[in-house]
Design a protein around this ligand. Structure first.
Ligand SMILES: [Zn+2]
Length: 301
């Protein structure tokens, strides 16, 4: 569980540029080869053709899905640095991460550092998540708010899990939600608060799709190419950021109190068998008690 948390958490981290730039491995050479597949350049080890082919296919599919969703041409050049194991990833990121497994994006360099082994979640999801970060930053006029950046990456990667539902329900019922406008400071949050912030980010982007369709989300992404976020939000879904945040918060408080749980059929697929067996056990206990009463009555007769 802890590993999974770290994995997702750090897949979302944007490492400071100098960390990667200044490392010796980031310089040319160092045993790394370069291969160009369309607009994506891969930095990889020699003799790892199968992994490279797999990664290239996933990146290509992720690029296609994202640009189709956005309704934008696929014109962004990026570099994907394909690394194998923990030691290599830690070395490249200067041991600045306490765990590994997720990838790291440096949007200003259009660079993804992508481990391909011992991952805490499917490589396909990690690739889609990081590709979304690179493409959104590359196609936006200004840096988008973090909640939208992370929410879009998680949505396009299909990362919603049962734990997100629990986090949101717990956030609504116990700790309170983190205002979306504060999520830019997520790196300074405690781990639990950070996870709630990510779940909220995903839920907020999902709400855009639920209320305006994929067209609304698509229009918003395209509008970001010309406008700052506030203007883009007004022109695409007809709400200021303040109103969007207030309305999302209001519906989230209602939805995730109970219906967040009810919405997740797979949560109920876990809960229902437990309820079923609980009823069986209670019934069995009641029957045993009744039988004992009858036996006592029989003795009296
Ligand atoms: Zn991320």
């Amino acid at each position: 569980m802890a590993r999974r948390r770290y994995t997702i958490f750090f897949s979302s981290l944007v490492i400071l540029l100098h960390v990667v730039q200044n490392h010796p491995l980031a310089k040319e050479g160092g045993g790394w080869l370069m291969s160009d597949h369309g607009l994506t350049r891969y930095r990889h080890r020699e003799g790892d053709d199968r992994t490279l082919a797999k990664v290239a296919a996933l990146v290509s599919a992720a690029r296609q899905r994202w640009t189709e969703l956005a309704g934008l041409p696929d014109t962004v050049a990026m570099t994907v640095w394909v690394v194998k194991g923990k030691a290599e990833f830690s070395s490249i990121t200067n041991n600045s991460l306490p765990d590994w497994g997720g990838a790291v994006s440096v949007p200003s360099q259009r660079l993804v550092v992508l481990p391909t082994r011992e991952l805490g979640k499917p490589l396909e999801q990690i690739v889609a998540h990081e590709v979304s970060h690179i493409l959104l930053h590359a196609t936006s006029k200004r840096t988008p708010p973090r909640w939208f950046d992370e929410g879009l990456a998680m949505a396009t990667a299909g990362e919603w899990t049962i734990f997100d539902s629990f986090r949101l329900a717990r956030g609504v019922l116990l700790t309170g939600l983190v205002p979306l406008s504060e999520i830019d400071g997520v790196l300074g949050f405690s781990q639990d608060k950070a996870w709630l912030a990510y779940a909220e980010s995903f839920a907020a982007v999902r709400w855009i799709v639920q209320t305006t369709g994929e067209q609304g989300l698509s229009k918003l992404i395209r509008s970001l190419a010309q406008n700052q976020f506030e203007t883009a939000l007004v022109s695409s879904i007809g709400m200021s950021e303040a109103r969007f945040q207030a309305e999302w918060r209001s519906q989230a408080l209602g939805q995730y109190t109970l219906t967040a749980l009810a919405d997740d059929w797979w949560l109920w697929s876990l809960v229902m068998p437990v309820l079923f067996f609980s009823v069986l056990i209670v019934k069995r206990y009641q029957n045993q008690r009744l039988r004992r009463v009858w036996e006592k009555e029989d003795e009296l007769w």
